[in-house]
Design a protein around this ligand. Structure first.
Ligand SMILES: Cc1cc2nc3c(=O)[nH]c(=O)nc-3n(C[C@H](O)[C@H](O)[C@H](O)COP(=O)(O)OP(=O)(O)OC[C@H]3O[C@@H](n4cnc5c(N)ncnc54)[C@H](O)[C@@H]3O)c2cc1C
Length: 342
């Protein structure tokens, strides 16, 4: 069986890796890896058990390639929040965190996060699996699809579309609709004090998240914007004001506009496109691709091997309706679940 994988990020390379392990002939087509950050945060502090399960599995998979670095996860919440629905995560609730200002009506939920050296892992898998740097186009022909890259028509028993935020754009160019939508997200690099270097922070009171990278640089962001619009005015200044309320001095260095993609249920989707015999999709990773990516790539490979499971991430189950990605509550975000339900 020949599988053509379009997309050379976490989704694409791990799908190619698991398919190759299962005996498929794999052709990987995927532009350069564009991660702005060498490492991404993997947390198991998420509201839904299914996501936690995927993150734990992804962590096991990464450990075959590199040992992730542990950091302290600090989720800041109002004291009145009902924490009974986080019993599935080992955690500690505290009133004080060294280097972080908490008011008397706030608490911090402390768990463990991991910094995954995603850029290095993806890059070495791309090399091992002989991914090309070509840009590919999807084309439909009756109930089958194929890829055009470098002026050549590339056929496959299976075509896997795994091109990150570009999935729905690439599909639409071929006249194919997907229940996925791209959006913009923004992050600012700051220089911050030493005490904060080991914290991955989710501030659900002031509304931002932050994580360490190469000390003394710290990345902080929030928000969702319409694809192609660019960052809101004064974003860097507003983010600096916000995070300095929490962690003291923060010197902004640069702003990065990033692109993500989400499904209508606020999370990822994988599976077979119902209208095509050979088109499979893996995408919608939004802000937590390092957590769900490898584990879902493994499930997609299982599905293609004929032993898939019918879970809630299957694209066949997704509603077809158009949706606004910035109105969808992201599944990995505590704010969306804890604060709205309480
Ligand atoms: C600033 C920022 C910080 C983030 N922090 C975290 C974090 O800490 N933890 C976390 O888990 N997630 C984080 N994310 C989200 C994470 O980056 C994504 O979820 C993840 O990268 C999605 O992986 P992917 O493989 O689906 O897509 P991508 O990483 O976008 O990879 C898509 C690949 O497809 C290629 N491609 C696109 N179109 C084509 C085409 N037509 N032909 C060939 N190739 C093509 C691209 O070149 C790229 O190689 C962050 C995102 C941003 C923007």
């Amino acid at each position: 069986m020949k599988a053509v994988i379009l997309g050379g990020g976490i989704a694409g390379v791990f799908t190619a890796h698991f398919l190759k392990e299962r005996g498929f002939e794999v052709v990987g087509i995927g532009g350069e890896v564009t991660y702005p950050l060498a490492s991404l945060v993997l947390t198991t502090s998420m509201p839904f058990r299914e996501d936690v399960e995927l993150a734990r599995r992804s962590l096991e998979i990464y450990r075959r390639f590199a040992e992730p670095r542990e950091v302290v996860s600090v989720d800041i919440l109002p004291r009145w929040v009902d924490l009974s629905n986080i019993s599935h995560i080992p955690h500690e609730v505290v009133d004080r965190v060294d280097g972080v200002r908490l008011s008397p009506d706030e608490i911090a939920v402390i768990t463990k996060d991991y910094l995954i050296p995603v850029r290095a892992i993806v890059s070495s898998l791309r090399k091992a699996l002989k991914f090309s740097n070509s840009y590919g186009f999807l084309k439909a022909d009756g109930r089958r699809v194929y890829v055009i890259a470098d002026g050549r028509r590339i056929e496959g028993d299976v075509i896997v579309l795994a091109a990150g935020y570009r999935n729905s754009i690439i599909a639409r160019e071929a006249g194919i609709e997907l229940p996925l939508a791209p959006y913009e997200c923004y992050a600012v690099a700051f220089i911050v004090g030493r005490k904060v270097w080991r914290y991955s922070i989710g501030d659900y009171v002031l509304g931002w998240y932050g994580r360490p990278t190469m000390p003394p640089i710290y990345i902080a962001g929030n928000g969702c914007g319409k694809y192609g619009e660019g960052s809101p005015p004064n974003y860097t200044k507003r983010m600096a004001n916000l995070i300095s309320q929490r962690i003291g001095t923060a010197i902004p260095l640069f702003l990065k506009v990033g692109y993500c993609e989400v499904g209508p249920h606020g999370g990822p989707l994988y599976g077979k496109h119902p209208l095509f015999d050979n088109l499979y999709i893996l995408g919608g990773f939004n802000g937590y691709g390092s957590m769900v990516g490898p584990a879902l790539a493994e499930r997609l490979a299982d599905l293609l091997e004929g032993r898939g499971i019918d879970d809630e991430f299957r694209i066949e189950r997704a509603p077809k309706a158009q949706f606004d990605p910035c109105q969808v509550a992201e599944r990995h975000d505590w704010g969306a679940v804890l604060l709205r339900n309480t």
